[in-house]
Write a protein that binds this ligand. Structure first.
Ligand code: ZN
Ligand code: ZN
Length: 184
């Protein structure tokens, strides 16, 4: 004999006819409505997601998020690029500001782990930043950052590529074994 089930909505016992419908006959219409509502919601979420993939300002933020995350990972164990402190929750600080050198916004040579003090309150502490950056990447790369390099404005596809690029680097660094396994 078929066992009685508990209706998901009213909690009464009922005989289930279809495994697709986990409610009693009384609750079936309400259940159908609820399901339709969920479906609509899922559609809305999907639509929103699709819109975001064409929202340049949003993608710039996401790309900067992953780029910064990568820089903090890369510089783990290093001290603040400007003042040398190790006692801080590090930011990723740009050497050339994004306002004047947007072409270097996602260039990892232009970023380093930096303490909040230098990053926020000393406008990047750039004189000291420059000295240490030369130590780390060499004068040639620093001078390249300082020269004006004309570039096209990044479009959404470019930004999505940057996001994937840094996501990949983060993943490889966080799971080196996993990465090795896949490569070999
Ligand atoms: Zn019910
Ligand atoms: Zn500092």
């Amino acid at each position: 004999m078929q066992k009685l089930k508990t209706c998901r909505l009213c909690k009464s016992k009922f005989r289930q006819f279809s495994s697709m419908v986990p409610v009693c006959l009384d609750c079936a219409p309400a259940y159908a409505l609820e399901k339709a509502k969920k479906k609509r919601k899922a559609k809305q979420v999907e639509k929103k997601r699709a819109t975001k993939l064409n929202d340049r300002a949003y993608l710039v933020k996401r790309a900067q998020f992953y780029c910064n995350k990568w820089v903090r990972l890369r510089d783990e164990g290093k001290s603040c690029v400007s003042c040398g402190t190790t006692d801080a929750k590090f930011h990723a600080g740009h050497y050339r500001p994004t306002s004047s050198s947007p072409e270097h916004r996602f260039n990892e040579y232009n970023l380093a782990a930096q303490c909040p003090q230098c990053n926020l309150f000393k406008s990047g502490n750039l004189t000291e930043y420059r000295k240490e950056l030369i130590n780390r990447i060499g004068l040639q790369h620093v001078e390249h950052l300082e020269s004006k390099t004309p570039t096209q404005k990044l479009d959404c596809a470019d930004l999505l590529e940057i996001i994937e690029y840094y996501k990949g680097k983060i993943k490889a660094k966080e799971n080196p074994l996993d990465h090795k396994g896949k490569a070999g």
